[in-house]
Design a protein around this ligand. Structure first.
Ligand code: RAT
Ligand code: ZN
Length: 436
């Protein structure tokens, strides 16, 4: 930023004085839109998989339609009971969702609108009879080329996966050389170890680590050896866990013990951050399966305690409750080892994204990561990132206009630097991505 009236004091930019590049109030919006459209973002949290993982990487219209966000909406507009729905084949489920949410009702919710946007992005029809043609189109694609096309349409350069070292479907790929596709980066996801220890410790034992049910004796050292081996195998950009709204730290739980004695020391050793996604209320309606989780307000003093107790750890944090967002910003002002990211899950709707992002800019400038997609099905990145750009454009425009009105000069280069920072380099610098 530089004062509009003091061009002589400012260095030349590409042969022109910076003052010459200063945007007028009316030009700011188009400059913001151009920068957002031309910058490739890094999608820092998804549930996508590279082709090396085979069928667990989801894509295509039937997977899009059976996304759990849409399943939850389906049960509101259909009389079908969950038990009957789960008995259907994937194609029958997709047919039922299409009929209930796209034919019998207008697809105006965020998740349904996303399907329409994806069809439109591929120039496919979007009317009631569109499903058959969409199926033919997706069946005709080959995955590698399709991924490139999808990333291009979404304006993203790479995505970060969610990799569970105890998942029976994923482990074989990692054990057989893993994956080398630089468009897909790994993350070591530790839910089963951090809050599901009693059900999962035996899986670590099966992988050859001397752990026990109470995590006593050598267990902590063995969890660290497990993390070291998986760090070598996956080269994760960060470790991650999703935590319930009841998460407390410190306390007497296994979660606190393993987090403080094994996970955080290993993060320090490997020089990678820990991602905490806090606020899920798991399985409030188990009949809905993956769609059965809800949200609860968390006590962020747990986060305060973590950031203060472990100043040499870096924490990437997303909180699920709308009511926790302001506190998260306040904590980020107190702790520079805390990086707020994303508008997660139930928050990823334009009205809420707008509110949260404005609040973050007002309190943190550009020192946060505005969004991740959380995509589970490849093509979702197209609509999720399109919606993010649409929501961000007026927010950023407004921020620069306010600055302009206060007498601050804004150039397109300034906007480019800020967008790069928020949607690329904050993450690259926080992880080891930039180091290659
Ligand atoms: O957004 C989602 O799809 C959720 O089901 C969760 O997977 C959440 O994003 C998570 O990573 O735990
Ligand atoms: Zn997720």
């Amino acid at each position: 930023m530089h004062m509009a009236t003091t061009s002589v004091k400012h260095p030349e930019v590409k042969g022109r004085s910076r003052a010459a590049g200063l945007l007028g109030g009316e030009q700011i919006r188009s400059a913001v839109e151009e920068v957002l459209a031309s910058t490739q973002f890094i999608d820092i949290h998804t549930h996508l998989f590279s082709p090396a993982f085979g069928k667990i990487g989801l894509w295509g219209i039937d997977e899009l339609l059976t996304y759990h966000y849409l399943e939850a909406e389906f049960f509101r507009s259909s009389s079908m009971k969950p038990d009957n729905y789960w008995k259907l084949s994937k194609k029958e489920k997709a047919d039922a969702i299409w009929k209930a949410l796209f034919v019998e009702n207008s697809p105006i919710s965020e998740a349904t609108r996303g399907i329409v946007a994806v069809l439109q992005a591929f120039d496919l029809p979007t009317d009631a009879s569109a499903l058959a043609e969409a199926r033919r189109f997706f069946e005709a694609q080959t995955i590698e080329t399709h991924i490139r096309k999808v990333f291009e349409l979404a304006g993203i350069s790479s995505v970060v996966m969610t990799n569970d070292p105890l998942d029976a479907e994923e482990v074989p790929t990692w054990m057989n050389g893993g994956q080398k596709d630089s468009q897909f980066q790994a993350v070591l996801r530790l839910d089963r170890i951090l809050w599901g220890w009693s059900q999962h410790w035996q899986e670590l034992a099966r992988q050859g680590y001397a752990v026990d049910e109470r995590a006593t004796g050598k267990s902590v050292a063995e969890v660290r050896r497990f993390l070291e081996d998986w760090n070598a195998r996956m080269r994760p950009l960060y470790m991650a866990v999703s935590l319930s709204d009841e998460f407390q730290f410190p306390d007497e739980s296994m979660t606190s013990k393993i987090l403080s004695e094994a996970i955080l020391p290993s993060c320090r050793e490997f020089g990678i951050p820990m991602s905490l996604m806090i606020g899920v209320r798991r399985q409030v309606n188990p009949a809905l399966r993956l769609a059965g989780d809800a949200v609860g307000r968390a006590d962020l003093r747990a986060l305060e305690n973590l950031c203060r107790t472990f100043p040499d750890n870096r924490f990437l944090v997303s909180v699920l409750s709308r009511e926790n967002q302001h506190e998260l910003c306040v904590y980020a002002r107190k702790f520079s080892n805390l990086m707020p990211f994303g508008c997660w899950w139930f928050l990823n709707n334009p009205s809420i994204v707008e509110e949260i992002t404005r609040e973050r800019i007002e309190m943190l400038g550009t020192s946060f990561i505005p969004q991740h997609s959380d995509a589970r099905v490849l093509e979702q990145v197209i609509y999720k990132w399109r919606n993010t750009r649409t929501t961000l454009a007026p927010i950023l425009t407004n921020s620069y206009r306010l600055l302009h009105n206060d007498g601050g000069g804004v150039t397109k280069q300034d906007i480019q630097r800020d967008v790069n920072r928020m949607l690329r380099t904050n993450f690259e610098n926080w992880t080891k991505l930039s180091a290659g």
